[in-house]
Design a binder for this molecule. Structure first.
Ligand SMILES: Nc1ncnc2c1ncn2[C@@H]1O[C@H](COP(=O)(O)OP(=O)(O)O)[C@@H](O)[C@H]1O
Ligand SMILES: [Mg+2]
Length: 305
């Protein structure tokens, strides 16, 4: 895969009244076009700073961020970078600007100088991709948090970006809303090849990602497939984030002596690992019992004699 976004030696410091805070330091990372990357890390580890760098809301204090060949240090690239990388924030209410769902989705298009037909075409595509067509005339105020986030994502899709970055966009949603948003992200990734960067505190949302990147105090702490990252329970715990619930349960079973592998991610995997462990146990007990039985019968023979 070709990289869509490349960060080279990126550091970023916020100026404060009494000096500066270094939020990221010496970060090297590239994100492949069409990939689904989950970003995790404890509070203050630099995730939101990273998100803002990806769509040129901020530029690195040193190092470079290049998006689809465009360096964010060059001011003339900023508009193009923002239309290539859309950012969805945590609070759905802060992202709604219009009175109806369809006006909200079309809002960003109005300043792009597109013809009416092209605007209508894009609106229909976005309504269809997000499954919001039936709600197009509703007031966004009437929608659930999850539906509001779908509207925010639809508004971004209307700009035809290459990448969508969600900065804890599921954090304020109920489980149903989270499922809706996550389901849409996976569909966009699979069906139209959209690059997705999902920043989250919910580890189970990372399981189907191509890659999990872990931030710690402004540095890259881990980077691998979900199984690679979540197999290392001691390291993940020391970095201050939880394992996915099924992985956590599997780790408890391992520590209580059950012979299943590390890095189990789903309940299906856990069931088959437990079945295999049980079959091994029964097999070894069966062999053992047969041996005892065989010894017992020979002893009886000896006794009879
Ligand atoms: N606007 C700001 N001004 C000063 N410091 C900030 C600002 N935003 C973030 N920081 C600091 O930068 C570091 C990284 O923050 P952030 O990127 O928001 O982390 P995360 O999203 O992982 O919680 C933290 O130490 C935070 O306090
Ligand atoms: Mg944050």
């Amino acid at each position: 895969m070709t990289p869509l976004i490349e960060l080279k030696d990126v550091s970023f410091s916020y100026s404060t009244g009494n000096g500066s805070v270094e939020a990221l330091s010496g970060l090297n990372l590239s994100i492949d076009d069409g990939s689904f990357v989950a970003i995790v890390g404890s509070n203050g580890s630099g995730k939101s700073t990273f998100a803002k760098l990806l769509n040129a809301l901020i530029v690195p204090s040193s190092g470079s961020v290049v998006v689809d060949g465009l360096d964010s240090h060059d001011k003339s690239n900023v508009y193009a970078i923002r239309s290539k990388v859309g950012l969805v924030f945590q609070n759905p209410d802060n992202q709604i600007v219009s009175d109806t769902v369809e006006d909200d989705i079309a809002f960003g298009l109005e300043n792009m100088g597109l013809g009416v037909d092209e605007m209508k075409r894009r609106l229909e595509v976005c309504l269809s991709l997000t499954g919001l067509a039936a709600l197009r005339h509703c007031s966004p105020d009437m929608l659930s948090g999850g539906q509001k986030q779908l509207v925010a994502i639809a508004g971004i899709l209307a700009m035809q970006p290459k990448c969508v970055v969600l900065d804890e966009a599921t954090a304020m949603l109920d489980p149903n809303g989270r499922r809706m948003v996550l389901g849409l992200c996976h569909r966009l990734n699979h069906e139209i090849g959209m690059t997705v960067v999902l920043i989250t505190h919910h580890m189970e949302e990372c399981i189907d990602a191509d890659r999990v990147v872990v931030f710690d105090k402004g540095h890259l702490a881990m980077d691998g497939t979900p199984r690679e990252v979540f197999s290392n329970a001691p390291l993940t715990r020391s970095l201050g984030f939880k394992l996915p619930p099924v992985t956590e349960l599997a780790e408890h079973l391992i520590s209580s002596g059950i012979d299943i592998p590390h890095g189990i991610l789903t309940s299906e995997e856990l069931c088959s690992a437990l079945k295999a462990a049980y079959a091994r146990e029964v097999h070894s007990k069966g062999v053992h019992a047969n041996e005892v039985h065989a010894k017992g019968s020979s002893a009886k023979v000896v006794h009879d004699v």
